[in-house]
Design a protein around this ligand. Structure first.
Ligand code: NAP
Length: 227
């Protein structure tokens, strides 16, 4: 499958690496290729500059958001949530009719840490994206876990859940297929229904951030237990 990963942070890098490892034709999108490659400092999370990562992943081209989206069958939004609408706007018509997997969190760091959600309760980033790009088939998923777990759920000793929310069943099936390639088992892929369910997925972030503080490690996730 031809997949465009929009976003050059740790999530974009990890998903791009994981998808390429499954044999997909992957490109990554950024605002300005030369600017991104010219960065020499680690990012805010301490990840090495993108150019360093790219020397080890030279099979994954870095192009602009628009160039990446237009050639893809599936587009992944792995940009900073507060800027996702702007990033996707730059991808423009390349998003039309595409499966658009949204893994971003609408985190607002403008008042420091912990961040707040820029949208919640009665709306979500995924819904904003779906409204802005009505022909795209938006599926919210994966945003409540660290990037490594997205592509390697078996890192944890027990099964844990990944949630999907979106209006288009075929798009959700496309994502389900990709998740299974990463090792997610069907019973742990929980379809929560339409795109409005993205509110709950995104509102897990304050809990996730509290757990991160408590556990001092991002290598955890949530497990659903029923009778
Ligand atoms: P990030 O630092 O949150 O985002 C980096 C990306 O956002 C870059 O590609 C950057 O573009 C783009 N961006 C930033 N400001 C922009 C602007 N004003 N206009 C357009 N694009 C802009 O990277 P991340 O840590 O990999 O996270 C990506 C997303 O996944 C976030 O929404 C995050 O909340 C979510 N998430 C993160 C984790 C995690 O483990 N970190 C886990 C789950 C979900 P350039 O390439 O041009 O710089």
């Amino acid at each position: 499958m031809r997949i465009a990963v929009l976003g050059t942070g740790i999530v974009g890098r990890t998903l791009a690496e994981g998808l390429a490892g499954q044999g997909h034709e992957v490109v990554m999108g950024t605002r300005d290729v030369s600017e991104t490659l010219a960065r020499t400092e680690p990012d805010a999370m301490g990840n090495p500059p993108f150019s360093q990562w790219q020397t080890e992943h030279s099979d994954i081209p870095l192009i602009t958001f628009a160039e990446a989206a237009v050639q893809a069958e599936v587009v992944i939004n792995a940009t900073a949530g507060i800027a996702s609408l702007a990033a996707l706007e730059a991808a423009g018509s390349g998003l039309e009719d595409k499966v658009l997997i949204d893994v971003a969190n609408p985190l607002d760091f403008s008042k420091g840490f912990p961040p707040t959600l820029s949208v919640a309760n009665t709306d979500s980033l995924a819904e904003q994206i779906q409204r802005a790009f009505p022909s795209s088939k938006v599926v919210k998923s994966l945003s409540h876990m660290n990037a490594r777990l997205m592509i390697d759920p078996g890192r944890l000793p027990e099964g844990h859940e990944v949630f999907l929310a979106g209006n288009d069943d075929s798009a959700k099936e496309t994502l389900r297929g990709l998740l299974k390639e990463f090792g997610w088992q069907d019973e742990h892929i929980i379809d929560l229904g339409s795109i409005e369910a993205a509110r709950g997925i995104e509102m897990m972030l304050p809990l996730w951030l509290s757990l991160l503080g408590k556990l001092s490690s991002a290598d955890f996730s949530l497990k659903l237990v029923t009778t």
